[in-house]
Write a protein that binds this ligand. Structure first.
Ligand code: SF4
Ligand code: SF3
Length: 512
């Protein structure tokens, strides 16, 4: 069976997966996801804007993000539900986009993949009862745009509007998270595991973690975060649970090794789930949009009893277990979102003015399996002592156990949170630019980003919408960016691929 998918960084031959997905997605799942995407576009074309339709659009788009749903049955069911609601005759097949002229295909892909990322963030915010009319309305406008015969200029405007709307959506999610769980505070997190039953929670959904913590209270079970859940230790209303003990493992691409025969239960709340090996299939649970064949799915009632029982049955380790991060460190410090960083803005400004702080790097984004991603570890290790490194998303596991020391009492490595907390980085950059009375592009700040899936696409579009220049992107450029679209991005935004840590650092610091 044939398929076509080129939405993520690990796509085959940097062109597209055509027989099976490098991510493990089979051709039939890929084709079912195309049908789901087509149905979502038909719904947006036909139906009026209301909560029911918007929820279906958001769920449909989120379901097709890389490493979210490998379960044909649930993808089919969602497609059928959406099709049953479509109120006019509007046949659309997303495959027609894959067959377009390469520039149109490229621009429509940027819109669609960016929209998937926005859908994920809107989904998390909605779980905490935060919604935004402008964000919701844009799903319809952008999906209609994808099905229309628009010009390159019209599509380019939509690409940048996707970035603008994602900024609003990340702001919404930031508000949802901080108003519900408090502003993150600096917190040290251990990488070690205590003996006894435990549950590992991974993904991005704070609401699911909050519910699990409440249901496991006083049950003799410890909870460990994994992947993008790590920043949750910094939220006062989550860190108050004494059985939220630490963080297990590193980024998503190491899960098959790290979960092998793990004596604990594992709950996936969002991406990234990889093909589940038999050695731990019986202890993997999914919820929300994540589904994997043969793994127990926790439905909308969010009753985690089966997860709790599995953790008790497995019993955990007999003795406390020492586990380190990639570089041998045992402590990860989190909690440097905008509120904390801006509370020491005076110190940062003073350090810049007195020359103690020469440059700020934002080294953030997705992790992945490619060996070239070691660039990010080396880059951070080589940053001079008079520089700060801001980080976010799961790519940070390559260096977040390093102790880089501090400048004026400010740690040199500042973990701002999950990928959506790019909002924090933007907020800090904007405030610094006001303090220095210059544009963000004139700040001593450089962005060195890594991407893998579609949330990274919407974040990149936000940075472009804001006019941020000289972004370094790796480990490779997206396959769906055509040569002409790339030329446009290079001309207008001076976007560039990463080279070597030595070269890039030299080039950045020479420009200061
Ligand atoms: Fe290939 Fe990535 Fe699509 Fe998976 S999500 S099929 S790896 S392009
Ligand atoms: Fe990572 Fe999957 Fe993108 Fe939220 S967990 S950043 S890759």
């Amino acid at each position: 069976m044939e398929m076509f998918c080129f939405q993520c960084e690990q796509t085959a031959h940097r062109k597209g997966c055509t027989t099976t997905g490098v991510c493990g997605k089979s051709a039939d799942t890929a084709n079912l996801q195309d049908e789901l995407t087509s149905a979502v576009i038909e719904l947006a074309n036909c139906n009026k804007i209301n909560d029911e339709n918007t929820n279906l659009i958001i769920e449909g788009l989120f379901t097709t993000i890389t490493n979210v749903n490998f379960d044909n049955k649930s993808v089919k069911e969602l497609t059928l539900t959406i099709k049953s609601k479509i109120s006019c005759n509007s046949e659309f097949d997303i495959k027609s986009v894959w067959n377009c002229n390469e520039d149109i295909r490229s621009l429509k892909s940027l819109i669609l993949f960016g929209l998937k990322g926005i859908a994920a963030y809107a989904h998390h915010a909605a779980n905490l009862n935060y919604k935004d009319g402008e964000v919701n309305n844009y799903f319809y406008e952008a999906l209609q745009g994808i099905s229309k015969d628009l010009s390159v200029d019209e599509l380019t405007a939509l690409v940048l509007k996707t970035g603008e709307i994602n900024l609003k959506c990340m702001e919404l999610l930031d508000r949802a998270n901080t108003e519900t769980y408090g502003n993150p505070v600096p917190t040290k997190v251990t990488t070690n595991i205590e003996k006894g039953p435990f549950i590992v929670v991974t993904g991005h959904d704070l609401h699911d973690l909050g519910l699990l913590l409440e249901q496991t209270k006083d049950k003799g079970i410890n909870i460990y975060t994994h992947g993008e859940m790590l920043p949750c230790h910094a939220y006062p209303e989550l860190k108050k649970y004494s059985h939220l003990k630490g963080n297990f493992g590193t980024a998503w691409q190491n899960q098959q090794k790290e979960f092998d025969n793990l004596p604990g239960a594992i709950l996936f709340t969002t991406n990234c789930i990889m093909p589940v090996k038999d050695s731990y299939k019986d202890r993997v649970f999914t919820t929300s949009v994540v589904q994997y064949p043969e793994c127990t799915h926790i439905g909308e009632d969010k009753d985690f009893t089966t997860v709790i029982n599995k953790a008790l049955e497995l019993g955990g380790y007999n003795e406390d277990k020492e586990i380190t991060g990639i570089n041998g460190g045992e402590v990860l410090t989190v909690g440097f979102a905008h509120n904390t960083v801006l509370s020491v803005a005076d110190k940062v400004i003073d350090a810049v003015k007195t020359g103690k702080l020469k440059h700020i790097f934002l080294v953030g984004g997705c992790d992945g399996a490619k060996t070239g991603r070691n660039y990010y570890t080396e880059f951070v290790k080589q940053t001079p002592e008079n520089t700060l490194v801001l980080t976010l998303a799961c790519g940070k596991y390559r260096f977040n156990d390093l102790d880089l020391g501090d400048i004026n009492g400010i740690p040199r490595l500042l973990d701002m949170g999950q990928c959506n907390d790019a909002y924090s980085a933007i907020k800090v950059a904007v405030e610094l630019s006001k303090a220095f009375n210059c544009s963000v592009n004139d700040l001593p700040l450089s962005l060195v980003l890594s991407w893998y899936e579609q949330k990274a696409v919407c974040i990149l579009l936000t940075l472009l919408y804001l006019g941020i220049e000289n972004i370094r992107l790796g480990p490779t450029l997206p396959a769906f960016v055509s040569p002409n679209v790339l030329n446009f991005l290079v001309d207008k935004f001076k976007i560039k691929p990463i080279t070597t840590p030595e070269n890039d650092l030299k080039e950045i610091l020479e420009q200061c």
